[in-house]
Ligand binder design. Structure first.
Ligand SMILES: [Zn+2]
Ligand SMILES: [Zn+2]
Length: 360
């Protein structure tokens, strides 16, 4: 089979490899679509220590089952699956037995492995290849109305839905989304769907704010921009939080920081009304200053949100019914052979690009 291998940091090779064999409890998936994740782009130069070459990356994928491992031995979890079934799978392989897993918090599994990641603890080849082996436990069946490419975009949607579920939202609430990148755009769609009356999006980039408006943001605020753009009604604000408080008469009930830098956290905290909730999703910076006094005296709740825990089936239904449009994120689909060129463009920070899906 063809596999896109990160042979050394920054260098890909399209290799011919033997098709892997599924063991008990595993299935072989013929990959039809696999999205390039930001963590792949950041990892390919060695910065994160989580893509140690040689590794086949790729954890946001969909395809058809090609073979089921050892069904004759009655292996656990494979009974429901047949060759030809259209599937996607969780990016996280969880153990199902540790304390967080038993509580349903599989994103916090003590023995968590991510497909397409190699680090000091483990190496797990991913889906930038014609075939990948995954445990049957992490499979999800695709509704007929969901394409392979759409299904390859389900992971960020699951991350966004998990974050929305962390917040105690009521219909009619006003919310702020700081950062209108991929997760931010999905948050906006989900918050609109949850009945939020006012959704205020903040970003530095007017192009992203335009997308935010299409996703359902009622207000878009450009942080530290260079003047109001009358064409799309986006306001420019040197202090976006003040603008949010002004427009909402005191602040929002919940804010989502989809960036995770000192400025985004400061904006998120300052945009909340008393007793409000901040959900922290982005974590670009490992540490940020915290406006402690505001958090204490205004009794704000700060909640971390990591990956997803069981949101995939719900997300697939939302895509199938059209309640969420994940293709808003899609910049391009390309064959596996063009992977290295797309990785290079993403790594160079091409501002117009969001999701690129490779189709092995
Ligand atoms: Zn990812
Ligand atoms: Zn576990």
């Amino acid at each position: 089979m063809k596999a896109l291998v990160l042979a050394e940091y920054g260098r890909f090779v399209l290799e011919d490899r033997p098709v892997p064999q599924p063991g008990p409890g595993e299935v072989l998936v013929r990959v039809r679509a696999c999205a390039i994740c930001g963590s792949d782009v950041h990892g390919l130069d060695g910065r994160t220590g989580r893509r140690i070459p040689p590794i086949v990356m790729g954890h946001e994928a969909a395809g058809e089952i090609a073979a089921v491992g050892n069904p004759a031995e009655g292996s656990v979890g494979t009974a429901a699956w047949r060759p030809g079934d259209r599937v996607t799978f969780d990016s996280t392989i969880y153990c199902g037995a540790c304390e967080p897993c038993r509580q349903g918090r599989i994103n916090l599994c003590d023995h968590r492995r991510v497909l397409g990641v190699s680090c000091a603890e483990y190496r797990q080849d991913g889906a930038f290849a014609e075939y990948v082996v995954v445990p049957a436990r992490i499979l999800h069946r695709l509704p007929d109305a969901v394409s392979f490419v759409q299904a390859a975009l389900v992971e960020p949607l699951a991350v966004a839905l998990h974050a929305v579920r962390r917040a105690p939202l009521r219909p009619g609430d006003a919310v702020a989304v700081v950062g209108a990148g991929m997760i931010g755009l999905l948050l906006i769609q989900l918050l609109r769907d949850a009945g939020c009356r006012r959704i205020l999006a903040v970003d530095l980039d007017p192009g992203r704010l335009e997308k935010a408006r299409r996703a359902g943001a009622t207000d878009t605020i450009q942080a530290k921009g260079s003047g109001t753009d009358p064409a799309n009604g986006t306001a420019d604000a040197s202090d976006p939080a003040e603008e949010i408080r002004r427009r909402t008469g005191g602040g929002v009930h919940a804010a989502f920081d989809a960036v995770g830098l000192p400025a985004s956290l400061a904006t998120s905290v300052a945009s909340l009304r008393k007793g409000g909730t901040l959900v922290l999703v982005g974590n670009l910076s490992p540490e940020v200053p915290l406006p402690l006094q505001a958090v204490v005296t205004r009794e704000l709740s700060l909640l971390g949100s990591c990956a997803s825990a069981g949101e995939y089936p719900d997300c697939l239904e939302r895509i199938a019914s059209g309640r969420v449009d994940v293709t808003l994120l899609l910049s391009a689909t390309a064959p596996l052979e063009e992977g290295p060129a797309w990785f290079a463009r993403l790594h160079a920070g091409d501002p117009g690009l969001m999701k690129v899906v490779l189709t092995p």
